[in-house]
Design a protein around this ligand. Structure first.
Ligand SMILES: *Cc1c(COP(=O)(O)O)cnc(C)c1O
Length: 373
C-alpha cells in the first residue's frame, strides 16, 4: 500500500467501492415497529404477520425482520426461497417464514432444512409437495387476480393431494383493496370463504395493508401488511396515519446562478422565467429517482420543497434553491422523508409508493435508528 511520509494511508476515507452511491437512507426501525403495532391493533384478535419480500420493500430484510420479531411478529412472508433463507438466518428457529412464490420443481427439499413454508399455488405443486413429504404448507387460492394460487374450483382436489401435509393456512389476495367502494372486494371475500372451506383445519388470511383497513370482515385469522409497515397505508385516500420509516438524502454538489432566459438540463426543457439559484443534487434515475418525475418532482431542505427543474439525469438533478439561500455545497437534501412523502414522490413520477420504496430506499446506502428495539 502507498503511504504518506507520516506513514498514514493518504486516502483513508476515499469511497472506493463503486457500488456506493451518494444516496443515503436512515431507516427508523422504531417507526416500522410502531406501524406494525398500528396494524396489530387494527387486526383485533387476528394475527398480524409481516411481509418482508424484496428486501423488506428496500428497507433491509435482516434488520427489519429482527426488529419486528423482537416486537412480537411470529409470521413473515417473502417472495422467494432465497429471501426466506436470509430471513431464517436473521431470526433463527421459531418464526414461520412463508414463501409466496411456492416451490419450483425440484426445490421442495430445500424448504425442509431451514424450516421454510411454501405457498402451494397449483395442483402440480400440491402433488410434488405431497410426494416430497414436505410438511407444513400454506394453500394460496386465487379469487380474482389471476396471479398466483389455486383456482377456487381446484381447492378440493388440492386438499385431497395434501391430505398428509395439511395446510395450516389458507390465503388469498385482494385485487382492489385500495378502493373500499369496489364491489370486487366483497366478491373475492365470498369466493375465499367458499374455497377455503376445502381446508377446514386451516386458519384463513385475506388482507394485506389495504385490505386490513376494510373492516373486521376482512381480517379472518391473520392480516399480512407489507407497505403499511414502511409508512404508506396503501389506500387511494389516506385512511390510517403511519410513521415515516426512512429519510433518504443526497448531497448538493454545486450551487449556481441561472439567468433569465437560460435553460436547464437535457432537452433544454426548462426555460428560466427570471434569474434563479439552482442547486445540483447527486441523485438521478440510477438512484431510483424516476426520470418520469422530470419537471414535476421535488426534494426538500429544512421543510421547504425545492422543485426539480427540467429533466432528471442518470446521476444528477437540478432544483430551484432560490427559496433556500442557506443551502450550500455539501448539505444533504431530503429525497424521501417527512416533507417529501413516498406517495407524493410516486405521484410526481407516475408510479406508486411501493416502487419508490423498492428502488429509492432499496438503492440507498442504509443505516438504522432504534435498532435496539
Ligand atoms: C405483497 C403481498 C402482501 C403485502 O401487500 P401490501 O399491499 O404491501 O400490504 C400480502 N400478500 C401477498 C400475497 C402479497 O403478494
Amino acid at each position: 500500500m502507498e503511504t504518506s511520509p507520516t506513514g498514514a494511508d493518504p486516502r483513508p476515507s476515499l469511497p472506493t467501492d463503486p457500488s456506493l452511491r451518494p444516496l443515503r437512507a436512515v431507516v427508523d426501525l422504531g417507526a416500522i415497529v410502531a406501524n406494525w403495532k398500528t396494524f396489530q391493533r387494527l387486526s383485533g384478535a387476528a394475527e398480524c404477520a409481516a411481509v418482508v419480500k424484496a428486501d423488506a420493500y428496500g428497507f433491509g430484510a435482516t434488520p427489519v425482520a429482527q426488529a419486528l420479531a423482537r416486537a412480537g411478529a411470529r409470521s413473515f412472508f417473502t417472495a422467494t426461497i432465497g429471501e426466506a433463507m436470509a430471513v431464517r438466518e436473521a431470526l433463527g428457529p421459531g418464526p414461520a417464514i412463508i414463501v409466496l412464490n411456492g416451490p419450483a420443481p425440484g426445490e421442495e427439499g430445500a424448504f425442509r432444512g431451514p424450516g421454510l413454508v411454501p405457498c402451494i399455488n397449483s395442483l402440480g405443486q400440491a402433488a410434488r409437495w405431497s410426494q416430497s413429504r414436505g410438511g407444513a404448507c400454506v394453500a394460496q387460492i386465487d379469487t380474482g387476480m389471476n396471479r398466483l394460487g389455486l383456482r377456487p374450483e381446484e381447492a378440493t382436489e388440492a386438499a385431497a393431494l395434501l391430505r398428509e401435509e395439511p395446510p395450516f393456512l389458507a390465503m388469498s389476495h385482494l385485487a382492489c383493496a385500495s378502493d373500499p367502494a369496489n364491489p370486487m372486494n366483497e366478491e373475492q371475500r365470498a369466493r375465499f370463504i367458499a374455497a377455503a372451506a376445502a381446508f377446514p383445519q386451516a386458519r384463513r388470511s385475506l388482507a394485506a395493508s389495504a385490505g386490513a383497513q376494510l373492516g373486521a370482515a376482512f381480517h379472518f385469522d391473520m392480516i399480512r401488511p407489507g407497505v403499511g409497515l414502511y409508512g404508506w397505508d396503501g389506500m387511494d385516500c389516506a385512511a390510517t396515519p403511519l410513521a415515516c420509516a426512512a429519510v433518504v438524502t443526497a448531497p448538493v454538489l454545486q450551487r449556481r446562478k441561472v439567468r433569465s432566459g437560460e435553460t436547464c438540463g437535457y432537452g433544454a426543457t426548462f426555460l428560466a422565467p427570471g434569474d434563479l439559484d439552482a442547486a445540483i443534487i447527486a441523485c438521478g434515475y440510477a438512484d431510483g429517482f424516476f426520470r418520469t418525475g422530470s419537471g414535476r418532482a421535488a426534494v426538500a431542505f429544512g421543510g421547504e420543497a425545492l422543485p426539480v427543474l427540467g429533466r432528471i439525469s442518470m446521476d444528477l438533478l437540478i432544483v430551484d434553491a432560490s427559496a433556500c439561500p442557506a443551502l450550500a455545497e455539501g448539505d444533504r437534501v431530503e429525497i424521501i422523508g417527512p416533507t417529501i412523502a413516498a406517495e407524493a414522490a410516486a405521484a410526481a413520477a407516475g408510479t406508486i409508493a411501493y416502487e419508490i420504496f423498492t428502488t429509492c430506499v432499496g438503492r440507498a446506502g442504509k443505516s438504522y435508528r432504534h435498532a435496539a428495539f
